[in-house]
Design a protein around this ligand. Structure first.
Ligand code: ADP
Ligand code: NA
Length: 360
């Protein structure tokens, strides 16, 4: 088995909902479990980062950002990602200054046209054009930081000589760009071989996508929309810190349909399908098997009650740990420092190679 280096980042958006959990963070937890079982000498390296610098590509309120950034960090700790048996680095991207430095060097080899073709950038343009007429769009609405966002993301990944990046389908275009930037950079700046005899191969490794097969969790109020932090209805999403009472009430009032019993039929019964996917996510039992248990007239009600219990119990350990550590500011700061130091140890070695290769 070849040792993997895994990097993944999440925005500092405060306490995540169960969509973020099942869609992204649960995979991080699975990786941690996997690595904890590996022999120490050939353990995969794990880097999990709260990417504060990315958050600034949209307007932020400083007081709120600081709070949500620390909430997210505490969430990662409470999810058990810093298991000492894994050596995983859980850290704030903005505390490892090498991210910004490398992003700048990568900017110098990245064609602007390539960035203007990214779907995230294009959809921002479309949103603006729908909101305003062409000549109302003024220069201050389109920032360089948003255009260059994928370059910073490439820097995040390449800084750790990452081999595997767990990303959703929506991010594969960004990873493609990252690989292209790495290749162009390696060709432009091959450096010297370690033994000093001849040209090197450049400082970066080619990262691969680690495709995640998670379901997209839909809103509890409108099963045709995804569960999203920005949705105004609080009842449409379950936060990882919700109390058992809140979980029960949100699931009880979740929109379903008037068909009797529970069946797995995502096309015709999207509300029921959402609940079944959440149930599978927190119980590990396949959706079809769960559906089979609830046939009678009260099937949906019974399934909702059991699901609420399952989610509530599934999150109990997390909930208690989060409540315990979130107010321990000194402890959190210490963990933040530890994580950043660990990440920086790798990042600074990569930057030595990079600076040597480019002649700085
Ligand atoms: P939100 O849409 O709530 O703002 P983000 O866009 O910040 O969430 O996404 C954070 C991570 O959570 C990403 O990996 C994203 O793919 C995942 N994610 C977000 N919403 C869902 C959802 N409803 N179902 C599954 N995964 C989701
Ligand atoms: Na989003």
């Amino acid at each position: 088995r070849k040792k993997r280096v895994v990097f993944s980042g999440i925005q500092p958006t405060g306490v995540p909902h169960i969509g973020n959990h099942l869609g992204a963070l649960a995979q991080w937890q699975r990786l941690v479990k996997e690595v904890a079982a590996q022999p120490e000498e050939s353990r995969d390296e794990l880097y999990f980062s709260v990417v504060g610098m990315h958050a600034l590509t949209v307007p932020q309120d400083p007081v709120r950002l600081r709070q949500e950034r620390r909430d997210m960090f505490a969430v990662l700790l409470a999810l058990g990602l810093t298991d000492p048996k894994t050596g995983a680095a859980v850290f704030h991207q903005d505390q490892v200054l090498e991210h910004g430095e490398l992003a700048w060097y990568l900017n110098t080899v990245t064609p602007v046209n390539r960035l203007m073709r990214m779907t995230t950038w294009k959809s921002k343009l479309v949103t603006l054009r729908n909101a305003k007429s062409e000549d109302e769009i003024d220069d201050s609405m389109l920032q360089l930081g948003l255009l260059a966002y994928p370059v910073l993301q490439a820097a995040d990944i390449l800084l750790y000589k990452t081999t595997h990046v767990p990303v959703g389908h929506d991010q594969s275009q960004h990873l493609e760009l990252c690989r292209d930037i790495a290749q162009v950079f390696n060709r432009a700046y091959p450096g010297r071989r370690r033994d000093g005899k001849g040209k090197g191969k450049g400082p970066f490794r080619m990262p691969e996508v680690m495709l995640t097969t998670h379901p997209r969790i839909q809103s509890l109020r409108n099963p045709l929309q995804k569960m999203s932090k920005s949705a105004p209805s609080e009842a449409s999403k379950i936060y990882l810190t919700d109390s058992p009472e809140a979980i029960h009430s949100k699931i009880k009032t979740a929109v379903t349909d008037s068909i009797q019993g529970v069946t797995w039929d995502p096309e015709n019964r999207p509300g029921i399908a959402t609940l079944l996917q959440i149930y599978e996510g927190y119980s590990g039992e396949p959706v079809e098997d769960i559906a089979k248990r609830y046939t009678g007239q009260r099937g949906i009600m019974e399934m909702k009650a059991d699901l609420a219990e399952c989610v509530s119990e599934g999150l109990r350990g997390f909930r208690e740990e989060f409540a315990r550590i979130r107010t321990e500011e000194a402890y959190l700061r210490e963990k933040e420092r530890e994580g950043a130091d660990k990440a920086r140890a790798t990042a600074s070695r990569t930057m030595e190679d990079v600076r040597a290769a480019i002649g700085l």
